[in-house]
Design a protein around this ligand. Structure first.
Ligand SMILES: Nc1ncnc2c1ncn2[C@@H]1O[C@@H]2COP(=O)(O)O[C@H]2[C@H]1O
Length: 470
């Protein structure tokens, strides 16, 4: 492939020279500046709204936020010659964006801010100056709400949507930082809290907030699910702290820089990543490379002698490739049938971690309906948007992506029956706990609702900030 010969594969265990990233532009789908420049979410977000706070119980709290405003820099958009639809020029910046072109000089500003970002900002402003005025009061209210919710972070009914609003769009940073403390990882591995926070800020910024589904909220949800699974006795008593560290990092980074379209789309439009990764696990390979880059950039794990950490992280992220589900499931099932799964065996433990990662990634239909239906609506919105783009460019519409012939209910029923249920049935055999039974019960209830025509239409995803350009 032409692009492959031009672009040697990047070494995973060494930092990628910035001049290579700049010249190539192949690393980030949405914004190449994301890897080496850009403001923190706090700098990016303008709070617009208010909050009323009634009780310590998260269920009766009412939040009203008008939303966040985020800006991202321009991204590479040149297709590769030779692919069936390589004439289709998809601008991945405009793809999910209604905002006008980025102002001249904005990119330089972002790079500048990113280099100086969190640590300098923290030292120079937040530590030396006490915040004052009404904004500070509002922060205290948010902090109470957030603290209240974090006390129940191990609950399967944790409302990630409310949490994201309560943290003003910083759910990923706040929740993951808390989980590192909660699991004792920060202390045990002597992680620098500033580096940890800086890493998480970069991770959050590299998710595309305009994707209805594949955004930082999904990553936060998966991370919260991962935490719930890690607390299950079968895992909590057998996994090493290193396993837990890698599992959390994999969960929070597993969809980094996702463009909001699937691999088939990237292959057919000749995207450079499809060529770089030879049309195989294209997105997952990219998420992995992004994760490694951010780990290197933050220096978070540099002091730890964890051998093969990049490869182990990669194999957890690559396990989320849904097209490979049957392969992983067959191996897992064989062990369960033979009853020979030994958590003392590192390779068995790693397989279990891969399955855990898969479960966390697609557990949204196992959540209570109030949460699950929101994810269904979001994922369908993303599928249909891809279909709209395909129609616009005269391409064949991908399966599940045609808003005229596919429906959310139909997609959900198929996904639950053929993908989620087989995985969670095996998971329940492995970890037969009340949580596993609860997840299967929710799955059945949700399936019943999607297949019952008399049920009222569910929550419908709509967010003007997420309006997608076709
Ligand atoms: N509720 C859902 N309905 C249909 N498909 C889903 C749902 N949740 C996740 N998926 C799919 O499962 C895939 C898991 O890997 P990806 O994140 O790449 O893309 C995800 C979606 O394509």
């Amino acid at each position: 492939m032409e692009v492959c010969s031009q672009l040697p594969v990047l070494p995973l265990d060494r930092p990628v020279p910035q001049h290579v990233l700049r010249r190539r532009g192949a690393i980030s789908l949405g914004t190449s500046s994301a890897l080496f420049g850009g403001p923190s979410p706090r700098q990016l977000c303008k709070r617009r709204g208010g909050v009323s706070y009634n009780s310590a119980d998260q269920a009766v709290l009412y939040l009203h936020l008008l939303g966040d405003v985020k800006q991202r820099g321009p991204g590479p958009s040149e297709p590769v010659r030779g692919a069936p639809h390589s004439h289709v020029k998809v601008d991945y910046q405009r793809f999910h964006c209604h905002q006008g072109p980025v102002r001249p000089g904005a990119r330089g500003l972002k790079s500048h801010r990113r280099r100086l970002s969190f640590q300098r900002g923290l030292k120079s402003r937040h530590l030396r100056q006490r915040p004052s005025g009404p904004q500070h009061l509002l922060d205290q209210v948010y902090n109470c709400q957030v603290k209240c919710m974090l006390d129940k972070v191990d609950s399967w009914d944790f409302d990630i949507f409310m949490f994201d609003r309560a943290t003003n769009g910083n759910g990923l940073v706040t929740l993951t930082f808390h989980l590192f403390l909660q699991l004792g990882l920060t202390r045990l591995f002597r992680l620098d809290p500033i580096k940890l926070r800086s890493f998480l800020v970069m991770v959050q910024a590299d998710y595309h907030q305009r994707n209805p589904y594949h955004n930082s909220l999904h990553a936060t949800d998966v991370t919260q699910a991962m935490y719930c699974f890690l607390r299950q006795p079968k895992l909590a008593t057998t996994l090493s702290s290193c396993d837990m560290l890698l599992a959390l990092v994999a969960a929070v980074t597993h969809d980094l820089d996702h463009p909001g379209v699937n691999q088939g789309f990237l292959v057919r439009t000749g995207h450079h990543l499809a060529a770089l990764y030879k049309n195989s696990s294209v997105l997952e390979s990219h998420h992995w490379r992004c994760a490694v880059s951010l780990l290197r950039e933050s220096g978070l794990l540099d002091h730890l002698p964890i051998t093969d950490r990049s490869e182990r992280l990669g194999s957890l992220i690559l396990a989320t490739d849904i097209s490979q589900q049957n392969r992983y499931l067959a191996r897992f099932r064989e062990h369960l049938d033979r009853e020979d799964l030994s958590m003392a065996d590192p390779s068995h433990r790693h397989l279990v971690l891969q399955i855990t990662m898969k479960c966390a990634d697609i557990c949204n239909p196992c959540r209570v309906w109030r949460l699950s239906s929101q994810w269904s609506s979001r994922v369908t919105a993303e599928f249909f948007h891809q279909g709209d783009v395909e129609k616009k460019h005269g391409m064949a519409v991908s399966p599940l992506c045609d808003r005229l012939s596919d429906s959310t209910a139909h997609i959900q029923a198929g996904f639950i029956r053929h993908v989620v249920e087989p995985l969670f049935r095996e998971w329940c055999r492995f970890s037969c706990t009340s949580l596993s039974h609860r997840m299967l019960a929710h799955l059945q209830t949700n399936l019943d609702r999607w297949t019952d025509p008399s049920q009222p239409p569910p929550y419908r995803y709509s967010n003007p900030d997420h309006l997608l350009e076709t």
